[in-house]
Design a protein around this ligand. Structure first.
Ligand code: NCD
Length: 301
């Protein structure tokens, strides 16, 4: 048993540290699950809606032999006004060995981490990061491509409000990928190019998809638009992934989406369900990656 640790963001992890998660996820996928964390208690504290992330953390935790409890903001004392830190302390006092948290405010997992002793795993905080998604996306790419180095990876859509993009950009740039961010000015500020080394900004989906190895589509984060009105028809005309636009990418390019998808908005069904799509595989891989995350964060590998 080694030391426990939190997983808050990928930005400050080294490529070597990230590789440890990816390697363990491969081991998790290749063998029968072992109850490595038998008897541990995992609290899943969700202040925002979630399907894939919550269920895959829960399945991952159960496959490792833990007891899990899901706390939803709308069905707990959080509704009665209990603060984030008090809720975290309550879970810790109840014997939680680890808290997985999703929160609409960037930095919420940091706050818990500063105030509690148990490891904290960020399951998405506001517009900041979504490290488990970044790890499962890299893991999925590596099941189709030999290495991340030199790959042209294009992300299209609501870059501004996407924590998935931030985690992906930080991870992929550490491994030498060329990243292209594409979207309308109101969803992709020019300074996004400074997020990490090797990041380019493009306003044109045709330019962005050309010769891409990976095309990652993103949902418009309606809940974070803060009054910004977007013309859906204009968005669809300029930023939807259509078969014609996908043809510009390399013939062996893969199409990804972190979900939830809005079919007919950012992506056409023909592509989402087509031969280049690895969208369901991303969801499937999420369980192994989260088994690896839980094991590493709880110090049992
Ligand atoms: C993403 C999220 O919550 O940030 N979903 C996910 O966890 N797979 C993306 C989104 O909500 O659009």
């Amino acid at each position: 048993m080694s030391r426990t640790r939190s997983l808050i963001e990928l930005e400050h992890l080294s490529a070597d540290e990230i590789a440890v998660f990816l390697k363990l996820a491969r081991r998790m996928q290749s063998g029968q699950p072992k109850p490595l964390l038998r008897g541990k208690r995992i609290a899943l504290l969700f202040y925002e809606a979630s399907t894939r992330t919550r269920v895959s953390f829960e399945f991952a935790a159960k496959l490792l032999g833990t007891h899990t409890s899901v706390i939803n903001a709308t069905a707990s004392s959080i509704e009665k006004g209990e603060s984030l830190v008090d809720t975290g302390k309550t879970l810790q006092a109840l014997g939680a060995d680890c808290i997985v948290v999703r929160h609409p405010s960037s930095g919420a997992p940091h706050v818990l981490n500063r105030n509690l002793q148990v490891p904290i795993i960020n399951a998405g905080d506001g517009m900041h990061e979504h490290p488990s998604q970044g790890l499962l996306d890299a893991y999925t790419i590596l099941r189709h491509k030999k290495s991340l180095k030199g790959l042209r990876i294009t992300m299209i859509g609501d870059i501004q409000h996407s924590r998935v993009v931030r985690s992906n950009v930080h991870l992929l740039s550490k491994f030498g990928a060329q990243i292209v961010l594409c979207g309308p000015p109101e969803l992709l500020p020019e300074h996004a190019g400074a997020l990490a080394p090797g990041v380019k900004v493009s306003r044109h989906i045709e330019e962005a998809t050309r010769k891409a190895d990976v095309v990652m589509m993103l949902r418009v984060q309606k809940e974070r638009l803060a009054g910004l009105r977007l013309d859906a028809n204009h968005y669809i005309a300029h930023y939807q992934l259509t078969p014609e636009r996908l043809k510009l990418a390399k013939s062996d390019a893969i199409v990804m989406h972190p979900g939830p998808m809005v079919r007919g908005m950012e992506i056409q069904s023909e592509i989402a369900d087509g031969p280049q799509s690895v969208i369901e595989e991303q969801v499937h891989n999420g369980v192994y990656v989260r088994m690896a995350i839980l094991s590493i964060c709880l110090g049992v590998q």
